[in-house]
Design a protein around this ligand. Structure first.
Ligand code: MG
Length: 302
């Protein structure tokens, strides 16, 4: 039976009390990076240490999508419906074109290799935003051990149409998941640096997003009270759904914790999908979970 933890009466409108949290795949090493493709009714996600990408459909369940994933982590879909992926192996961001060929969008900043791009989103203007913590080069588990060449773990923006990445946030310890508000006026970024630096709070921070990717008004949006935030997503009403050690935490647009969906494994990332956009897919350690919710993705067609 699904266990919910309500913290605010508004939570009830976002869930179905009888909906079951279902494990729809397991046996993986560390799952991450779920992305839904409406045209194919397909979910893709990464199994990072196993060096593979998986596919899930309602008809076929889980199967291997890519055997040699180059330690893929975060995945997203751009406005043209193309898969865009962060790779720890080549330490870059790669777009898979409709014909199956692959284009490297970013691998260096200031002439030096990136750390290990972790998660990414694409703005409706075509700009690609990604985080670059060091998790993929700390050991040989999720990539290839190496010393960082960058001076820090930054958030980057690739301009619409491509070009060099510009560091837009440089004061996080380890930036991780990120998402836009439904109107794309706010950028949220998760700080997971507590894994290295106990002083780094498990914070989700918000920034106002202006034209040409200018960020202002940095503020703390919320703190995760179990573990650290990794992947985050906004729903169509601007509520923010975050990964956490004990499940999925749901915050109102004002940052109030509304409630939690408890998950029996540490959650790394989430995305909305399914035929009507109202299924929450949850990558959690060795498994993939799904639950029906009364919310839909921010970019779901109305
Ligand atoms: Mg991540």
């Amino acid at each position: 039976m699904t266990v919910y933890e309500q913290r605010d009466p508004r939570f009830r409108a976002l869930i179905h009390a009888n909906a079951q949290l279902r494990q729809i795949g397991t046996g993986f090493e560390w799952t991450e990076g779920p992305v839904w493709f409406p045209a194919a009714q397909m979910l893709l996600f990464s199994d990072i240490p196993a060096h593979r990408m998986m596919r899930w459909t309602a008809e076929t369940g889980c199967s291997i999508f890519r055997e040699d994933s180059d330690y893929s982590n975060g995945n997203t879909r751009d406005p043209q419906g193309r898969l865009v992926t962060c790779h720890h192996g080549m330490r870059g961001v790669v777009r898979t074109e409709h014909d199956g060929s692959r284009s490297i969008l970013a691998s260096h900043h200031g002439g030096k290799r990136l750390n290990s791009p972790n998660d990414l989103i694409v703005h409706s203007d075509g700009s690609v935003w990604f985080t670059d913590p060091t998790y993929g080069i700390l050991s040989n588990l999720e990539g290839y051990k190496a010393d960082p060449e960058q001076e820090g773990s930054f958030v980057y923006r690739l301009p619409p149409g491509g070009g060099a990445p510009r560091a837009v946030i440089t004061d996080f310890v380890q930036p991780n998941g990120l998402c836009f508000s439904p109107d794309e006026k706010v950028l949220y970024v998760a700080e997971s640096g507590g894994s290295q630096d106990p002083e780094a709070p498990p914070a989700i921070r918000a920034f106002d997003l202006g034209p040409d990717g200018v960020l202002t008004n940095r503020r703390d949006f919320a703190l995760i009270d179990r573990g650290r935030p990794d992947g985050i997503r906004c729903d169509a009403n601007g509520n923010l759904w975050s990964s956490a050690a004990d499940g999925v935490h749901v915050f109102a647009p004002d940052g109030v914790l509304l409630g939690k969906i408890l998950v029996p494994e540490v959650v790394s990332n989430i995305c909305f999908g399914g035929a009507r956009g109202n299924r929450l897919f949850i990558t959690a350690t060795t498994s993939l979970y799904q639950i029906a919710v009364n919310a839909a993705a921010a970019d779901w067609p109305a």
